[in-house]
Design a protein around this ligand. Structure first.
Ligand code: HEM
Length: 227
């Protein structure tokens, strides 16, 4: 079987969703670590220097474009899989199998994934599009020859709007539910569901991706709003 044919089978698609999902899990860790600099009390020097470095480094820009393709691929194939699973079972069970065959989290994946996708579109318009293509304020800092684009100020202004803070908190609830199930499910797809590792996979899925990371992201707009 050719690779192109393999990735058209449902197992091939599941592997693609799992691999792209795990890549996105690693992205959220790096992204959150960078974003915490928004909470430094340094007039945005560290965060703006970091954003300038990320925006000008060609390797990082190459990865950043790959990231957007990966997000679209992940969403597109996951939607395809959801529809083909439904088509394979057009008549619903008379009695819902409920928790016996799929957990609540797994049945909510499409809804939480969609909330996350809408969040991402608004998020990219607010930050990424403004930074790369919009009119940005600039700020001069000691130690830097040229003024830096002031993404810090843009985020302070963005998170002074209550509705956007609410949107970020709701988006992070979507992220939490999506990752709790998604991380575990991707590990299973790659055959890691062995009783030796299940405890660790559950722990990382729930505590790191389901709780710590979404709370970490949500705290930033909330702190800026009340500052
Ligand atoms: C408090 C929460 C967040 C803040 C303050 C924040 C901030 C930012 C900023 C300032 C950028 C522009 C950086 C640049 O283009 O150089 C950005 C880009 C981006 N953010 Fe976020 N972000 C947050 C949460 C999230 C979450 C939860 C996700 C995904 C689930 C996410 C996904 C992305 C993506 C995909 C990009 C484009 C990356 C790139 O092109 O390099 N962000 N974010």
């Amino acid at each position: 079987m050719k690779w192109s044919q393999f990735f058209n089978t449902s197992i091939g698609k599941k592997l693609l969703v799992g691999a792209t999902g795990l890549f996105l899990c690693s992205f959220v860790i790096v992204h959150l670590a960078g974003n915490f600099q928004l909470l430094y009390n340094d007039q945005g020097k560290a965060f703006n220097a970091y954003a300038a470095f990320m925006g000008h480094n060609s390797l990082i820009q190459f990865i950043a474009w790959g990231l957007k393709i990966v997000i679209l691929l992940h969403a597109f194939i996951a939607i395809q899989l959801t529809f083909s699973n439904r088509a394979a079972r057009p008549v619903k069970y008379a009695v819902s199998p409920g928790n016996q065959t799929s957990s609540w989290f797994s049945r909510q994946m499409a809804i939480m994934g969609s909330i996350l996708f809408i969040f991402l579109i608004i998020h990219l318009a607010n930050f990424w599009a403004k930074f790369h293509y919009g009119d940005m304020p600039t700020q001069t800092y000691a130690g830097f020859e040229e003024p830096l684009k002031d993404l810090y100020r843009v985020s302070q202004e963005t998170f002074k709007q209550g509705w956007l803070v609410a949107l970020y908190v709701i988006g992070m609830i979507g992220l939490s539910f999506h990752l709790i199930h998604g991380f575990k499910s991707a590990c299973q797809t790659f055959g890691l569901n062995h009783k030796k590792y299940n405890g660790l996979i559950n722990f990382i899925g729930v505590w790191l991706f389901g709780i710590a990371i979404p709370i970490g992201f949500a705290i930033i707009p909330v702190v800026i709003y009340f500052k």
